[in-house]
Design a protein around this ligand. Structure first.
Ligand SMILES: *[C@@H]1O[C@H](CO)[C@@H](O)[C@H](O)[C@H]1NC(C)=O
Ligand SMILES: *[C@@H]1O[C@H](CO)[C@@H](O)[C@H](O)[C@H]1NC(C)=O
Ligand SMILES: *[C@@H]1O[C@H](CO)[C@@H](O)[C@H](O)[C@H]1NC(C)=O
Ligand SMILES: *[C@@H]1O[C@H](CO)[C@@H](O)[C@H](O)[C@H]1NC(C)=O
Ligand SMILES: *[C@@H]1O[C@H](CO)[C@@H](O)[C@H](O)[C@H]1NC(C)=O
Ligand SMILES: *[C@@H]1O[C@H](CO)[C@@H](O)[C@H](O)[C@H]1NC(C)=O
Ligand SMILES: *[C@@H]1O[C@H](CO)[C@@H](O)[C@H](O)[C@H]1NC(C)=O
Ligand SMILES: *[C@@H]1O[C@H](CO)[C@@H](O)[C@H](O)[C@H]1NC(C)=O
Ligand SMILES: *[C@@H]1O[C@H](CO)[C@@H](O)[C@H](O)[C@H]1NC(C)=O
Ligand SMILES: *[C@@H]1O[C@H](CO)[C@@H](O)[C@H](O)[C@H]1NC(C)=O
Ligand SMILES: *[C@@H]1O[C@H](CO)[C@@H](O)[C@H](O)[C@H]1NC(C)=O
Ligand SMILES: *[C@@H]1O[C@H](CO)[C@@H](O)[C@H](O)[C@H]1NC(C)=O
Ligand SMILES: [Cu+2]
Length: 578
């Protein structure tokens, strides 16, 4: 229920007068109530009918709409056999870590027949984010948009679009994905890949038995449309383009960017990107294909198919032809090659913060603590009585600083809050790689990871600089790293090994983009900065779900500050128990 509010003029004027750079709850803020019933629903794609977990029977799930400053209350009721949690991806959750959602990090799962009320306020953010399940691979079907409008009366920093349309990418499997990841973890092999990518849940006409399931964006000539793009795919970064149309990127991860034009957009799982689409001034005699396919750099097999939708000008000039090749008036976009790392680097370098008086880039200019983390794949040993199908008879694993993150059975946030870490986690996560090697050169002979539940403890307000270094173990690969509870500034990026003596001189401390998910370049590194001003325990992990399953993650435990407003709130009374 997108309860569009009617607010008295006096309240509205008051809201305008109290605009401030500091996060605060404006008096015009309202509470938005939603109910999410997690239930099974039969859905048919590619001629395969599957019973999938959905929210309120919808796939993709419902849109959450709120204004900056609003409180959002979502009552989630689990009617399915699987354990479920929901994560509000990119929402800062200032002091409300209990509502963040990652299973065994901030909460126990919502078990069958149970419910939990997520209760949080959206502060100092506006743009597109999304929600998704955050347990095992349940997010394959449990996802939907979060649209955060600016405060009432505050315009976008670009011309008001004629219409706004969510474009949410996903992956469709003809089989049960819980069986897919269970099989992969048992055998040690890479998981089976998806059968299709989807746009708003629809694979589109390039797949067999899928023509009817095509997303159609119907537009009028001479208008500006805002496409709210979300990559909710499980395991794949995507290139997206619309034939014969330019896109203007204006926002990523709910942060306005300096606008830039690009006919192709790269979007990793966990990222959101708002683009303006300017339609042609007069009715064209063509229909335009929009398409997305992966940017993939690893050695493993991946779904290399293409999802497509149609951009149709109204009134319709053509209906979808029976064979696409026969119709010359259907224009197709050109997408980069599947491993085009040069394009990825060039695109990423164009994404900059607005960094103006109204939307400043408050980059930490000084650093209290520096960290250097390797991120990448590795191996774990095969149990004695088993044969494994990973590299050389081992099992695939992944790690940060060679530690493969083992999920605890008691949520970290609860242990942290109660001061009872014993037996749940340790605070000895290494600041630097345990043994140096040429990270982007020939991999070491020993690729075994160690496992553990280790965190970095940060005093409140610590200014952190983190360099994340890809490794070439089992192949150099781009990893979209997502940090919960924070946005960070992307101050540097490069190929090869990070050089602590030369590279910092090139950091951008003026207008770096602020994000919650950043691609660590294949065979390269990225440097980020953030201020630890949100107390709680915050998961940081690769947003390729298979890598998270293999252990590519760690957690930051940020202590309370001295002021009451700098402390984690107590847990809600209905917080699920394990
Ligand atoms: C899904 O289909 C199966 C098999 O046809 C049927 O038994 C089941 O009731 C259906 N479930 C729902 C939620 O419609
Ligand atoms: C949500 O949290 C606020 C602040 O802690 C509290 O006042 C309110 O009662 C909560 N609402 C629900 C429905 O839990
Ligand atoms: C994965 O693919 C293999 C080979 O096609 C197949 O035998 C296996 O059943 C699949 N696993 C799952 C869980 O679908
Ligand atoms: C897209 O932008 C480029 C560079 O500004 C321009 O050369 C090209 O003609 C534009 N294409 C369309 C379809 O507008
Ligand atoms: C996609 O992968 C399949 C199987 O590995 C391969 O046969 C095919 O050539 C690939 N297609 C493209 C477009 O790369
Ligand atoms: C990209 O893929 C093409 C075709 O498979 C291959 O020839 C080329 O070497 C690859 N480039 C990189 C940088 O891996
Ligand atoms: C390996 O051996 C253990 C102990 O005997 C047994 O519990 C387990 O099921 C065996 N695993 C496999 C894959 O055979
Ligand atoms: C597998 O082992 C052989 C010899 O033991 C080694 O040469 C090769 O590099 C290993 N391959 C991988 C993928 O680790
Ligand atoms: C690391 O490996 C790369 C790729 O093989 C090579 O170009 C580079 O010189 C190596 N660096 C060092 C310090 O050995
Ligand atoms: C890896 O093993 C090979 C063969 O045993 C050996 O020649 C080489 O020095 C080893 N490399 C490293 C980095 O240990
Ligand atoms: C972690 O490592 C220990 C010791 O090697 C092993 O017994 C355990 O199964 C591993 N746990 C995970 C989750 O991989
Ligand atoms: C659901 O979560 C509970 C609490 O952690 C756990 O005991 C149970 O095994 C889980 N159930 C399933 C089906 O994973
Ligand atoms: Cu990854």
């Amino acid at each position: 229920m997108d309860a569009a509010s009617t607010i008295p003029m006096a309240t509205l004027l008051l809201a305008l007068c109290t605009l401030s750079a500091l996060p605060e709850i404006s008096s015009a803020s309202i509470t938005r109530h939603y109910k999410f019933d997690i239930k099974m629903q039969n859905v048919t794609r590619l001629c395969h009918t599957r019973s999938i977990a959905t929210v309120n029977g919808r796939f993709p799930g419902p849109k959450i709409v709120a204004r900056e400053g609003d409180r959002v209350i979502v009552r989630v009721v689990n009617h399915v056999k699987n354990n479920v949690t929901i994560h509000w991806h990119g929402v800062r959750q200032l002091r409300t870590g209990w509502a963040d959602g990652p299973a065994y990090m901030t909460q126990c799962p919502i078990q069958t027949g149970q419910s939990y009320v997520y209760n949080f306020t959206i502060l100092a953010q506006r743009g597109t984010l999304f929600w998704h399940a955050h347990i095992s691979w349940m997010r394959v079907t449990l996802y939907g948009p979060i649209v955060i409008l600016p405060k009432r009366g505050v315009p976008y920093p670009f011309a008001k679009p004629y219409k706004e349309i969510p474009i949410i990418f996903g992956e469709w499997f003809n089989v049960d994905t819980e069986a897919v990841i269970a099989q992969a973890l048992r055998t040690g092999a890479g998981p089976n890949v998806s059968d299709a990518y989807t746009i708003n849940g629809l694979p589109g006409p390039l797949y067999n038995c899928s023509k009817a399931d095509t997303f159609k964006l119907k537009v009028k000539p001479g208008k500006t449309y805002l496409l709210r793009m979300i990559n909710a795919a499980l395991n794949d970064e995507l290139f997206f383009s619309i034939a014969d149309h330019n896109l203007t990127v204006v926002e990523v991860d709910a942060i306005y960017t300096k606008p830039f034009n690009s006919d192709i957009v790269l979007i990793t799982p966990g990222q959101t990107t708002n683009v303006l689409l300017q339609t042609k001034p007069s009715l064209p005699s063509a229909t335009f294909l929009m398409a997305a396919r992966p940017y993939a750099t690893g050695l493993g097999t991946f779904d290399n198919t293409t999802t497509a939708g149609l951009l149709e000008y109204l009134p319709p000039t053509f209906s979808l032809p029976s064979t696409l090749a026969e119709n010359l008036a259907l224009l197709k976009p050109t997408l980069p090659s599947l491993n085009d790392t040069a394009f990825a680097a060039s695109f990423s370098s164009k994404v900059r913060s607005l960094a103006n008086a109204q939307f400043p880039a408050n980059v930490p200019q000084t650093v209290d603590r520096r960290f250097y983390f390797t991120v990448g794949l590795g191996t774990s040993p095969c149990p004695r009585n088993q044969t494994c199908q990973g590299p050389n008879g081992t099992k695939f694993a992944a790690s940060v600083n060679n530690i493969s993150f083992a999920l605890p059975s008691t949520p970290l946030l609860e242990s942290h809050f109660l001061g009872q870490s014993k037996g749940v986690y340790t605070t000895d996560f290494p600041n630097n790689p345990p043994f140096p090697f040429n990270y982007t050169g020939t991999p070491p002979n020993n690729t075994l990871v160690t496992n553990g539940t280790k965190v970095v403890v940060l005093p409140f307000n610590t200014s952190v600089e983190l360099v994340m270094q890809d490794t070439s173990i089992q192949g150099a690969e781009s990893h979209p790293l997502h940090l919960h509870g924070y946005n960070f500034f992307v101050v540097g990026r490069g190929s090869g090994n990070y050089d602590a003596s030369k590279d910092p001189a090139k950091f951008n401390l003026a207008d770096p983009i602020e994000m919650n998910t950043v691609g660590v370049p294949a065979g390269g590194w990225v440097a980020i900065r953030f201020r630890a001003d949100n107390p709680g325990v915050w998961f940081m992990h690769c947003h390729l779900d298979v890598h998270t399953s293999w252990g590519l993650g760690m957690a930051w435990a940020v202590n309370d500050g001295l002021l009451p407003s700098q402390k984690l709130l107590p847990p809600p009374s209905d917080l699920p128990k394990c």
